[in-house]
Design a protein around this ligand. Structure first.
Ligand code: DP6
Length: 373
C-alpha cells in the first residue's frame, strides 16, 4: 500500500514503506513459479534452497536531474545528480537462475513482460552472468510494484535496483554498495541512486569504475515529503532512454551541464542544512533547465500539459505567500511537489483544487535496496 488520495476521497492515507514480503507477492511468486515449474507453495520455494533471491528497492525523485549520457552503452551521465528515495513506493523482485531453461522469463505485476522489456532485462543479466562465469544459466524474474505502472511514476529505477541486488546475490556475487550501484546504473541510469539510502548523490565519475551513487544523508535526516500530482494525460511520451539520446541536440545542454557542479553544491548544502528556501529555488531551476533542454532538442520533447503548468504556477504563487513547497517534473506531465511533512496536508488540499489533478501519491524519504530472502 502506498500513500494515495484521489479527489473523491477525503481520507488521507499515509503509509510508510512495506519492508516485509507481502502476502500478495508471495502469492504472485507461488503462482508464477507453479505455472513454470510445478512447485506448490512459497515456503517450499524457500525451503528448496534454490538460487532464488528476493530484493526490494524504492524509486527515487531527482532534485538535480540526470539528462543525457556521455556514453550511452555504459550509461555514463553527462552530469552528476542528486535525489531522494521514495519510501512509500517499492518494487519487489524475485530472481531464480536455472540450468534447465532455454531463455529468461520476466513477469511484471503478474503479466508476461513485453519482448522489449525482456530484452532489456536479459541484456542486463548477461553482464552479471559473464561476471559470475555462469553464462549457461537462465533466469525466472518475477517483479511487482506497489504503485500502478501506468501512473506515470518511473519504475525503472526501483526495478533495476531490485534486480541488480537479487540477481547478483542469486549468482553468488558479493558486491559492495558502490559496485551494486555501478551495476544498477547499467540497467537504468537513475537506478544507481536507488541502491544507497535516503538522500543520494550520483557522482558522474570519469569512467565506469567511479560512476556510482552514495548516500549524503539517511532518510531520517529531513522530513521532506513528495506529493506526486498525477495529471490526466493520454499523450504518448518519449521514454527517458530515447530522451537522453536527444539531449546533445539542444543548444542549451552544454550550458546546463557546465553549470551543474554549482547547482549540485547548492542543493547538497541545502539538504545538509535543511535550508528549504535555497533547496526550493535550486530544485525548480534544475527541473526547468532540463525541460528547456527537452523542449529545444531535435526532435523537441514537450512533456508538460496545461495542468502541469497550472500546478507549477499555483505552487510558485503559494511559495511567494510563504508556503514552503516547490516543484520538480520528470520525463512526463506529472508534478512532484516537495514540502515538509508538517505542511503536506495543506499542500495536498491546494493540489486538489486544480482541475485535471487525478490522483496524488504521497511519500517520505526511504531507505536503500534490501535483500529480503
Ligand atoms: C528525467 O534513469 O529513467 O527522471 O537510464 O534510460 O533508464 P535510463 O533513464 P532514466 O532517466 C531518468 C531521467 C529523469 C531525471 C532523473 O531521474 O535524474
Amino acid at each position: 500500500m502506498i500513500g494515495r488520495t484521489s479527489k473523491c476521497e477525503s481520507k488521507n492515507i499515509f503509509l510508510h514503506a512495506h519492508h516485509s514480503l507481502t502476502d500478495n507477492f508471495k502469492m504472485t511468486v507461488e503462482k508464477n513459479i507453479h505455472d513454470k515449474l510445478g512447485i506448490i507453495t512459497f515456503d517450499q520455494i524457500l525451503s528448496m534452497k534454490t538460487d532464488s533471491v528476493i530484493a526490494l528497492a524504492h524509486p527515487n525523485i531527482a532534485f538535480i536531474k540526470y539528462w543525457g549520457n556521455r556514453d550511452e552503452a555504459l550509461r555514463l551521465p553527462a552530469n552528476g545528480s542528486l535525489s531522494m528515495n521514495l519510501g512509500a513506493l517499492s518494487t519487489t523482485t524475485s530472481v531464480e537462475f536455472r540450468s534447465d531453461l532455454k531463455q529468461d522469463d520476466l513477469i511484471i505485476d503478474n503479466v508476461n513482460a513485453p519482448p522489449a522489456a525482456l530484452q532489456r532485462v536479459s541484456s542486463f543479466l548477461d553482464i552479471l552472468r559473464e561476471r559470475a562465469q555462469k553464462q549457461h544459466l537462465k533466469a525466472i524474474v518475477i517483479s511487482e510494484n506497489n504503485f500502478p505502472m501506468g501512473a506515470g511514476i518511473a519504475s525503472s529505477a526501483s526495478a533495476f535496483a531490485a534486480l541488480a541486488a537479487s540477481a547478483s546475490r542469486a549468482l553468488g556475487l558479493e558486491l559492495d554498495e558502490g559496485e551494486l550501484s555501478r551495476l544498477a546504473r547499467r540497467g537504468s541510469g537513475s537506478a544507481c541512486r536507488s541502491i544507497p539510502a535516503g538522500f543520494v548523490e550520483w557522482q558522474m565519475g570519469r569512467a565506469d569504475e567511479d560512476s556510482y551513487a552514495h548516500s549524503i544523508a539517511p532518510a531520517e535526516h529531513w522530513d521532506l515529503v513528495d506529493l506526486i500530482a498525477i495529471v490526466n494525460d493520454t499523450h504518448k511520451e518519449v521514454g527517458s532512454s530515447a530522451g537522453h539520446a536527444l539531449a546533445g541536440s539542444s543548444p542549451l545542454q552544454a550550458s546546463r551541464v557546465a553549470d551543474c557542479p554549482r547547482r549540485m553544491q547548492l542543493c547538497r548544502q541545502a539538504i545538509l542544512k535543511k535550508d528549504f528556501s535555497t533547496f526550493a529555488e535550486i530544485v525548480e531551476l534544475d527541473s526547468h533547465l532540463m525541460h528547456a533542454v527537452m523542449m529545444t532538442s531535435s526532435p523537441a520533447l514537450l512533456y508538460w500539459e496545461p495542468a502541469t503548468i497550472a500546478i507549477l504556477k499555483k505552487i510558485r504563487d503559494a511559495r511567494l505567500q510563504g508556503l514552503q513547497a516547490c516543484c520538480t517534473v520528470d520525463a512526463g506531465p506529472n508534478v512532484h511537489v516537495l514540502c515538509l511533512a508538517q505542511d503536506a496536508n495543506q499542500v495536498e488540499r491546494l493540489l486538489q483544487t486544480i482541475p485535471d489533478v487525478a490522483t496524488i501519491y504521497r511519500s517520505p524519504a526511504g531507505g536503500g535496496v534490501q535483500v529480503l530472502a
